[in-house]
Design a protein around this ligand. Structure first.
Ligand code: PEP
Length: 255
């Protein structure tokens, strides 16, 4: 494996200010300095500046969990990608399954957000994944293909290297049910091949994270697979000791 492992934590709607201070107190700076993988954290919007300040010297990237499809205007409650850039953030998650299902985000809207965020220089963690029903009716690849083709439509060639794909089977997110290594590897290989042959991505450098109940106990088995280059982690990223363990596994596998 020649790609750097990328382990990003999605804190979702969790962590209060005191939890964040404690989290960074428990993450030991000197140990983090030895890590070779790329770490990232996506906290809630009001905590972005605090987390950015805390993470700055640790080499941890910080990003939003979502962004608007517009840069400014009458969009009450939304946060523009331009504002994320203004706060000197590194990345934004787009198309997380909770945005797709709870907030009914379509591939078309996700496409608009992705192109706008990329145009501003943000890295985009583009999340895709099938539901259990879709998997059981043998529609996994069809669904992944539509999410990629519609969500990445019109993507300029020079922005391809600013995209990380997060493959997150919906049935594995927050459920404790992790995809088996063969299931995950098969989906990742499909995504890599599809983006290479149909979208002209450089397959060798494309980073594809796996997400869905990743824990220190199952990380090595997944991250050692040839097409898995990292993890997008919900629950286990909230606990500094677990997050650190995941970063340690990622570093051991980073060349
Ligand atoms: C996620 O939120 O993207 C996720 C994968 O959550 P969890 O690790 O808790 O399953």
């Amino acid at each position: 494996m020649s790609r750097k492992i990328h382990i990003y934590g999605n804190w979702k709607m969790n962590q209060l200010t005191s939890d964040i201070y404690q989290f960074f107190e428990e993450l030991e700076d000197d140990k983090l300095a030895e890590l070779k993988c790329q770490a990232g954290i996506a906290p809630q919007f009001p905590h972005l500046s605090l987390v950015k300040e805390k993470a700055l010297t640790l080499g941890i990237k910080v990003g939003g969990q979502n962004c608007s499809h517009k840069n400014s205007g009458a969009f009450t409650g939304d946060t523009s990608p331009e504002t994320l850039k203004d706060l000197e953030l590194d990345f934004v998650l787009i198309g997380h399954s909770e945005r797709r299902t709870v907030f009914n985000e379509s591939n078309e809207l996700i496409n608009e957000k992705t192109l706008l965020a990329l145009s501003l220089g943000l890295e985009v963690v583009f999340c895709i994944g099938e539901t259990l029903e879709e998997r059981e009716s043998n529609k996994t690849f069809e669904v992944l293909k539509a999410q990629l083709d519609e969500g990445l439509k019109g993507l300029p060639k020079e922005k391809q290297s600013d995209i990380i794909i997060a493959y997150e089977p919906v049935w594995a997110i927050g459920t404790g049910v992790v995809a088996s290594p063969p299931q995950a590897q098969e989906a990742h290989a499909f995504i890599r091949e599809h983006l290479g042959s149909k979208h002209g991505f450089d397959e060798k450098s494309l980073i594809i994270q796996y997400g869905g109940s990743v824990k220190p106990g199952n990380a090595l088995g997944l991250l050692s697979l040839p097409d898995i280059d990292g993890a997008l982690v919900g629950g286990a990223s909230l606990k500094p000791s677990d997050f650190y363990e995941l970063l340690k596994v990622g570093s051991e596998l980073t060349p």
